[in-house]
Design a protein around this ligand. Structure first.
Ligand SMILES: NC(=O)c1ccc[n+]([C@@H]2O[C@H](COP(=O)([O-])OP(=O)(O)OC[C@H]3O[C@@H](n4cnc5c(N)ncnc54)[C@H](OP(=O)(O)O)[C@@H]3O)[C@@H](O)[C@H]2O)c1
Length: 277
């Protein structure tokens, strides 16, 4: 399963995994873009097994329905790539009343993964891949204002959400020790995708457009996701942060296990999952 597979890094990841013989579920919110992605996959890999499941990953009800429908249709899940993400220059709240960047980029990964965790464990060896960003270095979680009610700066809030991806990865890796399910995170590079084009501010869109010739291609940007999802080299490797298919140190702040545990507990409350030890 690949989230945010309609475009960008997620779509290239899907194309590559189809070429490697994976049976794919593309999670997309826009049916037309999803169909175009499927057509592209089938053009490159005729006969590829690929389905679309529509979901808005900023909505917890939509995520619950996605997980339930997936479990009703499939007896196993070998790889989950949490890739869907957004940067929002203006503060928005979701149908659940949660700030939308945090809801999509962090709680979306957290809730979907937890709802599919039993299935992943039953399918072990299995893998979870969380697309984060080097932008996590600019993040710092304020547990008194995770909803960013007090003040909002789109880039900072995005960086916080990508830092949350790392806390989530490291805490989940600790919880999954010995289960045969691995979880790793990555920075794809600064990639010439559609990132920020729909929801970024005008200046951010212009910046990304001007910068496009100097940015990494989407094909290159997807390499580490593809590697973590499929390479035998990372079998059994868990709880790491990768750049260019190599394990790297994430920021010191991101490695604080107390904050990771605290974020896990808060995320359980915010998503209505039962409290775990
Ligand atoms: N591009 C970069 O330089 C860069 C750098 C570091 C990290 N990243 C990370 O890489 C990941 C992929 O980004 P990208 O560069 O490929 O950007 P992209 O081209 O904008 O793709 C983002 C994907 O996420 C989907 N998405 C966003 N919000 C969603 C929601 N609420 N529900 C369902 N799907 C949603 C988008 O769907 P639609 O097509 O419907 O919009 C799209 O498929 C993100 O997690 C991002 O944070 C990117």
């Amino acid at each position: 399963m690949i989230t945010g597979a309609s475009t960008g890094i997620g779509k290239v990841t899907a194309v590559a995994l189809a070429e490697r013989g994976f049976e794919l579920t593309l999670v997309c919110r826009d049916p037309q873009k999803a169909e175009a992605a499927v057509a592209e996959i089938l053009a490159k890999t005729p006969g590829a097994k690929v389905e679309v499941m529509l979901a808005d990953l900023s909505s917890q009800e939509s995520i619950r329905k996605l997980a339930a429908d997936f479990k009703a249709r499939h007896a196993r899940l070998d790889v989950l790539v949490n890739n869907a993400g957004a940067i929002l220059m203006e503060r928005r709240t979701t149908v659940d009343g949660i700030e939308a960047t945090f809801a999509t980029n962090h709680l979306g990964y957290f809730l979907l993964t937890n709802l599919l965790l039993e299935l992943l464990q039953a399918s072990a060896p299995a893998r979870i891949v969380n697309v984060s960003s080097a932008g996590h270095k600019g993040g710092k979680l304020d547990f008194d204002d995770l909803n960013h009610d007090k003040g909002y700066a789109g880039i900072r809030v995005y960086c916080d959400s990508k830092l949350a991806n790392l806390y989530f990865t490291y805490e989940l890796a600790r919880r999954l020790e010995g289960t045969g399910v691995t979880v790793n995170s990555l920075h794809p590079g600064v990639v010439a995708s559609n990132f920020g084009q729909g929801d970024g501010s005008r200046w951010f869109r212009v910046l990304m457009k001007l910068g496009k010739p100097f940015l990494r291609s989407v094909d290159k940007g997807a390499r580490t996701s593809i590697y973590l999802a499929s390479s035998p080299e990372v079998e059994g490797v868990s709880g790491k942060y990768f750049i260019d298919c190599k394990p790297r140190q994430s920021s010191r702040r991101s490695q604080d296990p107390e904050i990771a545990r605290q974020l896990w507990q808060v995320s359980e409350k915010l998503t209505g999952l039962p409290a775990s030890p």
